[in-house]
Design a protein around this ligand. Structure first.
Ligand code: SF4
Length: 432
């Protein structure tokens, strides 16, 4: 049975216990959110590790790794998986398109305790290229076979582009403009398949077959965003809105079927549209967990897109987005290195925390570190920082005395200068 079916029967599962303990949320309330489709539980079946995503839970972050057709190195991908987990990612997406895809996926799943997600269309098109020398020759049945194979390997969640159907394609054709065209690999390849074969997307037409497989393994469905904008100027266009609308309809069907479901969002979006983006998705989907890819709030930050996406991710989370896909400094430029993965995860972690400060009022660490700064308590400053090891290493490389201020201001350290004049026990009626 899926977590949703168990929750419906009021069965207290290991996943419910794990997540409600970890997030300090009442189990009954958590189960109610699962029943209503507002929360999902992802599970790495090999390690008994669970991750909750959705209402009343902290914002989670995903790190995407995987080979390209130009660069295939299994050892490197495994190291990226390990680095992403160590840096604080909550989930991994294994998105390889080059090499032995079954082997890479199984090795990555075997080397992480994080729930692992995939985009099964990548493997289906890869196999069609290998067998028929042409992705548009992909047999419909192959997509379902790939989904089943990946579920059986222990994949926890899958981005599935079912909302990209003839209706959304029609909107794209009719609007006839887009600055950045199409940027989703799965979306672009599926559109080519639909146009060449003059057929409906099998992931839409055979949606119930997809659900049947996902339900059997309790793999979480992440309704993909194949028409997402790749330019801030393209955000909220009619094609994107049509696909979102269909995804929200499919979200209801999946819930009724007993499958846990997430809805995906952009992409590139100007900062002043983020609030509306989150609210529209939440309202149309009945508060389904919202997974945003970044989002990137400018198109000019190549080399620094982890910063652009952290700004978009922080705002999205503060307005209610539940799950952020990291972006690395290599975005738009090349395959991320191991260092890029670490930087991407840490940037997304900061974004998630900033969002949770507003969404969940989680400000305890901010208060602790602020008091530690006031008191020149370096150990506490490291302890409550987002990356204790890194902040400590910077301090140690530039200072020798832990009882004084740092080399930034030297003897002009402000808190040290005024320490003796203030007791700070009571501030505005509250203990500080
Ligand atoms: S020296 Fe300056 S930067 Fe360093 S702790 Fe003191 S006030 Fe802060």
């Amino acid at each position: 049975m899926t977590e949703k079916e168990n929750a419906l029967k009021n069965i207290y599962t290991a996943g419910i216990k794990y997540v409600s303990d970890k997030e300090n949320i009442e189990a009954e309330k958590f189960m109610e959110n699962i029943v209503n489709g507002k929360t999902v539980i992802l599970h790495n079946k090999n390690r008994d590790k669970f991750v909750g995503i959705g209402k009343d839970l902290t914002t989670k972050i995903n790190a995407s790794i995987g080979t390209s057709t130009n660069h295939i190195n299994l050892g490197e991908e495994i190291r990226k998986a390990v680095i992403a987990e160590k840096s604080g990612a909550d989930t991994l997406m294994e998105l390889s398109v080059g090499g032995d895809l079954d082997l890479i996926r199984r090795e990555v799943i075997g080397n992480t305790s994080l729930p692992v997600g995939t985009v099964p269309l990548y493997q289906a098109f890869r196999e069609a290229i290998d067998t028929y020398k042409n992705p548009v020759k992909m047999p419909e049945e192959l997509v379902l076979e790939v989904i089943e194979k990946q579920c059986a390997d222990g994949v926890s969640f899958m981005a599935i582009h079912s909302g990209l159907n003839m209706m959304s394609l029609e909107r794209l054709k009719k609007q006839s403009y887009r600055y950045a065209g199409l940027v989703s690999k799965g979306g672009a390849y599926m559109i080519a398949w639909m146009l060449e074969n003059n057929k409906e997307n099998p992931l839409y037409e055979r949606f119930e077959d997809v659900l049947k497989i996902l339900k059997k393994y309790d793999t979480v469905l992440s309704l993909g965003n194949g028409l997402r904008a790749g330019a801030t100027a393209d955000s909220f266009d009619r094609a994107y809105m049509q696909e979102l609308l269909i995804n929200c309809e499919l979200c209801d069907i999946a819930r009724d079927y007993g499958v846990q479901v997430i809805v995906e969002g952009p992409g590139h979006i100007p900062i002043d549209e983020i609030e509306a983006n989150v609210k529209i998705q939440k309202k149309m989907s009945g508060d389904a967990p919202f997974y945003v890819l970044g989002p990137l709030v400018t198109d000019v930050a190549a080399g620094y897109d982890h910063i652009s996406s952290a700004i978009g991710g922080a705002l999205s989370s503060s307005f209610g987005a539940d799950f952020l896909c990291y972006v690395t400094p290599a975005e738009h430029l090349g395959l991320p290195s191991e260092e890029d993965v670490a930087i991407g995860v840490k940037s997304a972690k900061i974004a998630a925390h900033i969002g949770d400060m507003i969404k969940l009022k989680k400000t305890g660490d901010d208060l602790n570190i602020s008091k530690a700064r006031r008191n020149i308590d370096w150990e506490s400053q490291f302890k409550y920082s987002i990356d204790p090891e890194y902040s400590k290493s910077i301090f140690k490389s530039k200072n020798s005395d832990e009882t004084a201020g740092c080399s930034m201001c030297g003897e002009f350290c402000a808190p040290l200068r005024v320490k003796k004049y203030f007791k700070y026990e009571i501030k505005y009626g509250k203990k500080a």
